[in-house]
Design a protein around this ligand. Structure first.
Ligand code: NAD
Length: 418
């Protein structure tokens, strides 16, 4: 592949895309037109560090397609962020939004940085300067960022403030995942993990696994992983083991997830949690359980470790957690896969609700938010399952076929300008 977006993650997204286009019989010209992002911006972000030195960071924002509305997607702060990874994540956002019927194209952004070693002041200056560089590229009707790995409500508040100052008016609709007091919505913080738990419950119903006494294992205990674990634990699921960037803990009788969340909030990670025993983080994938939930980064389930999985359901809470060779193994296994573009769609769904509320200057109750979220999740799950059964397709192939075909149809109907 000769492309500035080429990277291992972009290759995973492209392998999935090509397979889907083959199945859908998409012409070569339409396929190439939609493969590469419509727009991509690379910016240098000079930041004054606490020691007085000015350090340049590289930031990206990629908008994959513009056929269905403004673009939407998170902003990631992580040392491994690249343009290619950002492009792959933007592409997945496109298929995800189309699958759920949300009026957005996919986008993603990120800055290659090490937030864990930076001070709060440095992170604020980085976020504000990155936003300033993005001002001509984002906006409530253009492209709407949200949190992703390494960013959260505080970052969204800074983005909203910086953008509002630049355009000369309060503009809460420029980002979602904001604090509620600044126009965020109740239920957004929990939405992605809550959605994962809802879909895991649907899959358990299907496989006739009672939630009470079922077991789950998670990699990643940030926003998505922690809320998925808390919601599952509330429905009786035992969380046997959790891994993150600091290590892994396990407890055969089930971890106290609430106590683990408190520990992570103060210690910065799961390591040292007194309510469980330490274990080798890579061994997390081999723990026998009903549900395995990768909720951290891409490319974690590979051709090497996929044959060792001992779960009945793989719930892909992270984006792109499975490599192409991992997929080949899973395809021929009995594991029921809830593919990423379905599994974590709860996040962008409630982001959409937040944006709608901002546009209307009106706020919904948490019951209204969750009720509407569950309706979108239920429909998306049923759509994928029905499509999968009707066409004899694997769950990932079915989800992608729905998402990609909707984008292709929108582009076909809009035509080619001029
Ligand atoms: P986060 O920053 O809140 O948490 C990330 C978690 O991953 C942390 O527990 C961290 O310790 C862990 N982690 C990082 N590197 C690791 C490593 N090398 N090994 C093991 N664990 C590691 O991020 P998040 O918002 O929870 O996002 C997690 C995943 O969910 C990402 O793939 C993201 O794209 C996806 N996602 C997030 C949202 C959202 O609303 N935040 C929505 C949809 C999808």
């Amino acid at each position: 592949m000769h492309s500035i977006f080429d990277s291992p993650i972009f290759q995973i997204a492209n392998a999935q895309y090509d397979r889907t286009c083959d199945w859908l019989n998409v012409s070569q010209s339409d396929r190439e037109r939609t493969r590469h992002p419509k727009r991509a911006l690379v910016v240098q972000i000079p930041v004054k560090m606490d020691d007085g030195a000015v350090r340049p960071f590289e930031g990206y924002r990629v908008q994959h397609h513009l056929a269905l509305g403004p673009t939407k997607g998170g902003i990631r702060f992580h040392p491994q962020v690249t343009l290619g990874e950002t492009a792959a994540l933007a592409m997945w956002m496109s298929w995800k939004c189309a699958l759920a019927g949300l009026p957005y194209g996919g986008a993603k952004g990120g800055v290659a940085c090490e937030p864990l070693t930076m001070s709060q002041g440095e992170i604020e200056r980085l976020t504000r300067r990155f936003t300033t560089e993005l001002v001509p590229f984002i906006g409530p009707q253009i492209d709407i960022p949200a949190p992703d790995v390494g960013t959260g409500e505080q970052h969204m508040a800074w983005i909203m403030d910086t953008y509002s100052i630049a355009v000369g008016r309060g503009s809460p609709g420029v980002v979602t995942g904001k604090p509620v007091i600044l126009g965020g919505t109740v239920g957004r913080r929990e939405a992605t993990g809550r959605g994962v738990a809802f879909l895991v419950n649907r899959a358990m119903d299907l496989l006739k696994i009672p939630a009470e006494g079922a077991t789950a294992v998670l990699q990643g205990f940030g926003n998505v992983g922690s809320h998925a674990a808390l919601t599952l634990a509330a429905s009786g699921v035992k969380i046997l083991a959790v891994a993150d960037h600091t290590g892994a803990v396990h407890c055969p009788s089930g971890l106290d997830v609430r106590a683990l969340a408190t520990h992570v909030a103060s210690a910065g990670g799961v390591v040292g949690f007194p309510g469980g025993d330490a274990m080798e983080p890579a061994a997390i994938f081999e723990v026998s359980c009903d549900v395995l939930i990768p909720a951290a980064l891409e490319g974690q389930i590979t051709g090497e470790n996929a044959p060792k999985l001992r779960c009945k359901i793989l719930a892909e809470a992270a984006n792109g957690p499975t490599t192409a060779s991992g997929d080949e193994v899973l395809r021929s296994s009995d594991i029921f896969v809830i593919p990423d573009i379905l599994c974590n769609v709860g996040g962008v769904t409630v982001s959409y609700f937040e944006w709608v509320q901002n546009e209307q200057n009106f706020s919904w109750t948490e019951i209204e938010v969750n009720d509407r979220l569950y309706r979108v999740l239920e429909k998306s799950f049923k759509d994928v399952l029905t499509f999968s059964k009707r066409h004899g397709l694997w769950m990932r192939d079915a989800a992608l076929a729905i998402g990609v075909s909707k984008v292709m149809e929108a582009k076909r109907l809009r035509g080619l300008y001029p």
